[in-house]
Every structure is written in C-alpha cells, then in structure tokens.
Write a protein that binds this ligand. Structure first.
Ligand SMILES: *Cc1c(COP(=O)(O)O)cnc(C)c1O
Length: 401
C-alpha cells in the first residue's frame, strides 16, 4: 500500500506572482488606494467579476469580512433575524453577530444540504438569509430563491468553499443578491487570507465599498463592468458619502498579486478536484458502511475534500474507524465527535441560545470529512481510498469480534 499523502501541503503559487510582488516591494506601493488607477486589488476585482459574470466585485480581508459587509450593506436593523444553515463554519454565525443581527439556524439533511421544509417553516420572521454552500455542497437554489423572492427576503451566498461550482449552468455566488468567497489557504485560490464579494446591485456594492474603508473620495477608484465609469455606481456613492461607518476591511496589493495569477489556474483545479473526488467516492462507496451523498441534479461541484456518512456503525466503531485511518496517515474528521469542531453548531456557545437541531446533530455524528487537495496524484488518491477501506475493515472486524 502506498504511503498516505500530505493533505495539508499547498500547491505552489504561480511564478508570475513573483514579478508582481518584486515590483510592489520595489515601489512600496502596497495600499490599494495609492495608485490613481489599475492597482492590483482593483484589477483583481475586475478579473473576478468577469470570471463570475457579475457587474461588481469588492475584495476585502476575508470571506468573514465579506459576509459582515454584505449584511451591513443590506441595511438590516439591529437584532434583525438572519436564517443560516445549522451545518456551516463558525465564521457564518459569527459574521451575523458581528453585524448586530441574530442568527437563526435551520436543519440540514443527511446530504449536507438545507432541509427545505424546515427552511420554509422558519422564513416568515427572518429579514435575511445566508446560504452556506458548506464544503461546496449546493442546496436547491431554485427552491430557495423562489421561497425568498416570494417574501422579499434577500439572499447572501456564502460561497467561501464553492468557487467554480455551478448550479444549472450558473456560477454559485451569483444567484443570490450577493455572493462571498474566501482566499484563505484551504480554498480553491490561496492567498493565506482574503475574501471578495460579487453583486449586480450598485447600491449594495457602493455601501459595502465605503464601509470596507474607501474613505473620502477613494470610492472613485471603483468602477463598473469592464472598468468603465458607471452612472448607477456614481449616483449610489453620492448617496452614501459620509453616511456610513468605515470598518477598514480592505485587501492589500500584495495579496492581490498572489491571487491574480491563480485565476487562470482555476479551471484546471476545479477539473482535477472533481475528478479526484469522484474517483475516491466511487472507490470507497463499495463499502456497505460508507455512503457518499450524490450531487443534486443541476449541481456541478468543485470539491477539494470529500464528505461521507458512516452507515450501521455505533459510536465506538466510528471512533475506531477514524483512529485506524489516522494510524495509517489519513485524518478523518467526524464533524460531531471532537469537542471543538467549529462546524458542530453545539460548539457555537457564543450564541445567545444554542438551538436543538436533532436531524443536523444526527448527521454530524456520522459525517466524515477528509481533505483531498486538487494536486493529489492518481496514486495518492488511491492510497487515500485504500487506507479508508482498510480502516473500515479493521473497525468492523473489531466490532464483530
Ligand atoms: C472558510 C470558510 C469561511 C470563512 O472564510 P474566511 O476567509 O476564513 O473568513 C466561511 N464559510 C465557509 C463555508 C468556509 O469554508
């Protein structure tokens, strides 16, 4: 059996970044608003908006900052209720609290997607929704948009981990009013830290730009599609000048220089990530104890990890499986089984009230998470699959004995 790969190793940053970084180090021009135009951050925004087919993009310090600014830009009043899935990263309820709003959690199914019946039942007294495409698993966006549009509820997409995923041919992150992405190292594009939001709404982006820290007339360096002046945008900036707090969540030019040369790599990363995921999924699904939920019809995923449910194992056997895999070099995280997993809602003890979501809890107690970075070779992917199957044999034989 081949050795387990190092799944925390990143792909090298394209060499083209070096030249841009060297020029920035020479000039010292690291602040996005120093240059009169075409600063690396501004170019990144234009390229990212074009990539996704959105009118506007705003690059910021993290996806959490993008989520926070999206909520603020919607103009939600203090204590507005914001519906989020019960299975997401702790950054999502945190951004809601940061924006002085109240997170309301809904149930998530065994396939890691929002339970639409529970979602609909909780919609009537919420003022906004954040759909978190957790680990790139897309919920039924047609049903969600129909429900929310009928009530005039704005939808923010947390697409932090979904760059490159499509839903019925549309890019995830462009279906709701605003979409937020992350450039943290474990996401499809790696700048260590960073985030970006996209929207077609000039008023919303103008508010977000100002609050992100475009003080005085720096907003003039934000343009419309194709870098052209946009009357809608200028009018919106005029409306909001001096009326909003400045939270200073800007991205710096060095980060943009690291991100921009990765954009042309995205299609390859998405293709390789999906092929690698689907290969491992097919191999491990032969075990009667492993179930890998299928994508929804209409969803084309961009995974860099795999999630699967353990079937017919009690908690000691689940722990034995995870331990046996780890001994062989593959870290399996069962979301609900560690005391500090940031994706288990009962660990969000900063909430005023941690709700009871029995269905989501049951899923988290048997759902496994294994990183599969897109650069793994075929032999490395097979090694991961071999180890998971061998660990399952060991755990189930021990349970039978
Ligand atoms: C990574 C992640 C975030 C947070 O992104 P940051 O850029 O680290 O703030 C939010 N939501 C999901 C689903 C994520 O995977």
């Amino acid at each position: 059996m081949q050795q387990a790969p190092d799944v925390h190793q990143a792909e090298p940053i394209p060499a083209a970044a070096r030249e841009a970084i060297e020029a920035l180090l020479q000039s010292g021009d690291l602040f996005r608003y120093t240059a009169p135009e075409n600063a690396p951050v501004a170019l990144l925004e234009r390229e990212f908006a074009d990539l996704l087919g959105s009118r506007y993009a705003l690059a910021v310090s993290s996806c959490s900052a993008a989520l926070f600014l999206s909520l603020k830009a919607l103009g939600l009043p203090r204590d507005a209720r914001v519906l989020i899935p019960g299975f997401t990263f702790a950054a999502v309820p945190s951004s809601v609290i940061h924006a002085d709003c109240v997170p309301v959690l809904c149930e998530v199914g065994d396939n890691y997607r929002i339970d639409l019946a529970d979602f609909a039942a909780r919609l009537d007294d919420v003022q906004a929704v954040i759909i978190s495409h957790m680990r790139g698993h897309t919920s039924d966006m047609d049903a969600i948009m129909t429900l929310c549009d009928a009530r005039g509820i704005p939808v923010i997409e947390d697409a932090a981990h979904s760059l490159g995923t499509t839903w019925n041919g549309r890019n995830i992150g462009t279906i709701g009013r605003v979409g937020c992405f992350s450039f943290q190292s474990y996401k499809m594009i790696n700048a260590g830290e960073g985030g970006i939001l996209v929207t077609d709404d000039a008023d919303l982006v103008a508010r977000a730009v100002i609050m992100s820290g475009a003080y005085e007339h720096n907003w003039k360096k934000h343009k419309g599609p194709r870098g052209e002046n946009s009357a809608d945008l200028a009018e919106a900036f005029g409306r909001w000048q001096n009326k909003l707090p400045l939270y200073n969540l800007r991205l710096n030019n060095l980060s943009a220089a690291v991100i921009r040369p990765q954009i042309p790599e995205l299609a390859r990363r998405v293709r390789d990530g999906r092929a690698g995921h689907d290969h491992v999924a097919a191999r491990i699904a032969v075990s009667p104890h492993i179930e890998v939920p299928a994508p929804l019809p209409g969803e084309v995923r961009a995974p860099d990890s795999i999630q699967f449910n353990l079937v017919g194992l009690d908690e000691p056997a689940i722990r034995a499986f995870a331990a046996a895999a780890e001994r062989r070099g593959v870290k399996v995280q069962v979301f609900g089984l560690s005391t500090d997993n940031a994706r288990a809602f009962w660990n969000w003890q900063f909430l005023a009230q941690v709700p009871d979501l029995p269905q989501t809890r049951a899923m988290l107690m048997k759902a496994c998470d294994v990183r599969l970075p897109v650069h793994l070779t075929a032999a490395q992917l097979d090694a991961v699959a071999d180890i998971l199957l061998a660990a399952m044999d060991e755990a189930t034989q021990a349970a039978a004995a």
